[in-house]
Design a binder for this molecule. Structure first.
Ligand code: CTP
Length: 405
């Protein structure tokens, strides 16, 4: 969701600044680019070196650098950002923000940004509840700045009450949520905004006995990247995920399943109310004919397992799909790729088909990258370069948007 987003983290002088280190770490892990601006007060609580190391970027505290040979351009910093988060925001900085009191680099950056600003306050309860802070917070809200509510608990003063800065994970969710519905600041909202999208993803494990299963190496990365991107574009996403270690953003509804049969049952609950269905799961084509309730003992030298065809989820839904429902399938081919893909598109009643060729280096489910070709029902074929799976997800969703037109 935050992949490729440019986030400017502004840090003020509060003990909660230690949490900002975790905040930056999570943002970086989620693929965001982070730049940090700090007040002098903030440097008393956490070192600029710590935040520069975590953000993998220089950390700015002054208009000029120590050698005074060049200046830190606050306008350049401000215009670079897709989003500014002030965390922790002290009563003093909140007051300056509300009143345009521009006496440090952080304030000059704040007053120059054109992107959304989120404020995560941190202070003692009496300061938080003081009428001047209340007024300043309302003033910031009237500017369109978003405020993350403070938590209640033990405060640095030793008192207990309201004023603790929200936890880094929650701040990241708040940031992610604020990006929903538009690709970035300048582009209009997506055609997928408000659409109900059902995505199957990951492998399925077909149980042989209580201990063993037949499965495959799918990681679920492609399907999860699709879910994240669709959610970011404002869609209502229901992900049916086979056994996978991956986590998803808070707003994505996830049903975790084990077998193809379970994946089918879970998908069926949502299919009739779905606008768009994306079948990204690597469903095991076959499942053991007999499930042994007890662990199978190794008595013989050889062991034969009889498999039967698994339920074909995409085909089943292809049979009952309504005109206003759109479905997207995947195909992994090794030869006669386009010919086989066209046949699969027709056979499973897909509107679009995402083709992977095992002949392309870096494509397939063991990689973080993928190289795809998208075919649609109108015989349009579009080839894409090798890209990371987040970019591939964006290409697939863009193709769906174009097809909807
Ligand atoms: N699919 C499904 N349920 C299955 C098998 C596949 O929903 N039991 C979906 C996949 O999620 C994918 C598409 O159908 O969107 C792939 O079709 P499939 O026929 O399995 O293609 P391949 O995996 O390429 O296998 P084969 O060519 O052997 O048919």
């Amino acid at each position: 969701m935050l992949n490729g987003k440019k986030i400017l983290v502004a840090v003020c002088g509060s003990i909660a600044a230690y949490k900002t280190a975790y905040l930056i770490r999570i943002l970086i892990k989620k693929g965001a680019s982070v730049r940090v601006v700090m007040t002098h007060g903030a440097t008393e609580f956490i070192s600029p070196l710590t935040l520069a190391t975590l953000s993998k970027n220089e950390c700015y505290t002054d208009y000029t650098n120590p050698s005074k040979t060049n200046w830190n351009n606050h306008v350049e910093l401000a215009l670079w950002a897709d989003l500014m988060i002030v965390a922790p925001a002290t009563a003093a900085t909140i007051s300056k923000m509300a009143n345009g009191h521009c006496d440090n680099l952080l304030m000059a950056v704040y007053m120059s940004v054109r992107c959304p600003v989120i404020v995560a306050p941190a202070m003692d309860e009496d300061m938080w509840k003081h009428p001047s802070t209340r007024t300043n917070i309302q003033e910031l809200q009237s500017f369109g700045n978003k405020i993350i509510s403070v938590n209640s608990g033990e405060l640095a003063s030793g008192l207990t009450g309201e004023g603790r800065m929200e936890e880094p994970e929650e701040i990241v969710d708040f940031i992610s949520e604020s990006f929903r519905g538009s690709s970035n600041n300048s582009t209009p909202s997506s055609k997928l905004s408000g659409k109900k999208i059902l995505i199957t993803a990951g492998p399925t494990y077909e149980a042989i006995d209580p201990i063993r299963f037949v499965g495959n190496h799918s990681s679920g990365k492609m399907g999860v990247a699709l879910a994240e991107k669709a959610y970011e574009l404002g869609a209502e996403v229901q992900l049916i995920l086979g056994p996978s270690k991956l986590d998803t953003s808070k707003g994505i509804k996830v049903t975790r399943v084990f077998s193809g049969k379970e994946m089918y049952a879970a998908s069926k609950k949502h299919f009739s109310s779905t606008d768009i269905c994306i079948f990204a799961a690597a469903v095991a084509d076959y499942t053991p004919k007999i499930f042994s309730e007890q662990k199978i003992k190794k008595t013989e030298d050889e062991f034969a397992l009889t498999l039967k065809k698994n339920v074909d989820i995409a085909s089943e839904f292809g049979k009952i799909k309504k005109k206003d429902q759109l479905s997207v399938g995947f195909a992994l081919e090794t030869n006669d790729e386009i010919k086989n893909a066209k046949t699969k598109l027709a056979r499973k009643n897909f509107d679009l088909l995402v083709l992977n060729s095992l002949n392309d280096k870096g494509a397939g489910f063991q990689f973080n990258t993928n190289k795809i070709t998208i075919l649609n029902r109108n015989n349009k074929i579009t080839k894409f370069e090798l890209k990371n799976k987040e970019e591939v997800a964006a290409d697939i969703l863009k193709s769906i948007e174009d097809y909807l037109k």
